[in-house]
Design a protein around this ligand. Sequence first.
Ligand SMILES: Cc1cc2nc3c(=O)[nH]c(=O)nc-3n(C[C@H](O)[C@H](O)[C@H](O)COP(=O)(O)O)c2cc1C
Length: 437
Amino acid sequence: MGFREYLEKIVKKGALQKVDVEVSKKLEISGILKEIEPTPILFNKLRESEFRVAGNIFCTKDVIAEYFGVTPADLIPTLSRAISGRSEPEIITKAPCQEVIESTVDLDKLPILFHCEKDGGNYISSAVVITSDPEHGQNMDFHRAMQFSKEKFAIRVVRGRHFHQFLERNGELDVAFCIGNTPNVLIAGATSVDIGIDELHIANALEPVTVVKAYSNDLLVPANAEFVLEGRTYLEERHAEGPFVDLTETYDVIREEPVFEVKKITHRKDAIWQALLPGALEHKILMGMPREPTIFNKVNERGVKCLDVNLTPGGCSWLHAIIQIDKQTEEDGRKAIEGGFAGHRSCKHVFVVDKDIDLYKPHSVEWAMATRFQGDTQMVVKPKEPGSSLDPSAEPSTKLTTKVGFDLTKPLVAKGKSFEVAEFPKVDSEKYLSKEA
Ligand SMILES: Cc1cc2nc3c(=O)[nH]c(=O)nc-3n(C[C@H](O)[C@H](O)[C@H](O)COP(=O)(O)O)c2cc1C
């Protein structure tokens, strides 16, 4: 299924909000998206562009689970299976994403949004970025791109990313920014797997994708993408990038980042631009969800039975992990904490809970902390660890941070009071209640 086919599906369900009045790509669409989040929305008329814009499309785990026909609790096994069972997409020669080949490149004609007052410019935030290296083959990930001329962007490339390694090895690279994708492609692009694994193969295992050779280079791009911006990225040609609102909802700093020069724009007929609100729920879900299986696996590798993992939105879906275990030994809580940090290196705080705690309910987790936790024996403090570049409280130049693990599990044998929640009698309250006249 392509992005627009999904939109057509949710139109039939009455789940897509439409806006027919004219709106601006500058500081208007972003405000509406934030205001009505997580409702999916389609903007039919833009002041500055002939193209339509859709946003808030995949904001929750429920929506993504429904897309794949599984329950939210099945997302971790589904993604794990796709990573291990990845497969090559079918290559086709005539693709929807190349229905229209623009004769000139003029980025001003695209609905590239200006999201927040202090942003450094118009930004693409939803694109999966495809590139290739002679030895390692194709890679797909995400890079926000700040427009600074009619043909050029400055793109944020976190050091160490496979894209960055490819750029350092080659000096310059063919790239394709693909906009308007479904969760199989989006989630695959956000996974961190071994170098040399093409994330489009993971996308194909989640749900079959077809790919087509890009119009002006040899990269294989998702055939159903709404837009493909093809061009070249240069390691040495740099431009100021930022400020920009990041995952933490705070402004990221200005850095000198590589330039992406667009050489060709292809798109579907009546193409629909996919907006992705920075720092908002959809951004958080896409960042955090692919880290949950890696934590899950690292905890299990340590001999602890992991039941579920949740990178919580309050923890920016990046810095806080709640790990639910079926505790068998007194060591399991600490082992799960270590597994949590090993499975997601940017994680700052790990909370381990028992199977009777609902890890999707902050109240339930806080209750476990209140009733099952003692700071002197159940807390693991790891000072001066390499942390996340996203965390404003980490040491600015080194990104060193203090990591803390909280074992909120109850002891296997209670020494004093019981840890069990008391059961109240089950009654059918309807039978007893009368309405006020
Ligand atoms: C919506 C979204 C936006 C992202 N933006 C960036 C970005 O601007 N720069 C960056 O280096 N990583 C960004 N990331 C993270 C990487 O794309 C992600 O960690 C990816 O797994 C790295 O791929 P790799 O393992 O092939 O290096 C973003 C992820 C998401 C989901």
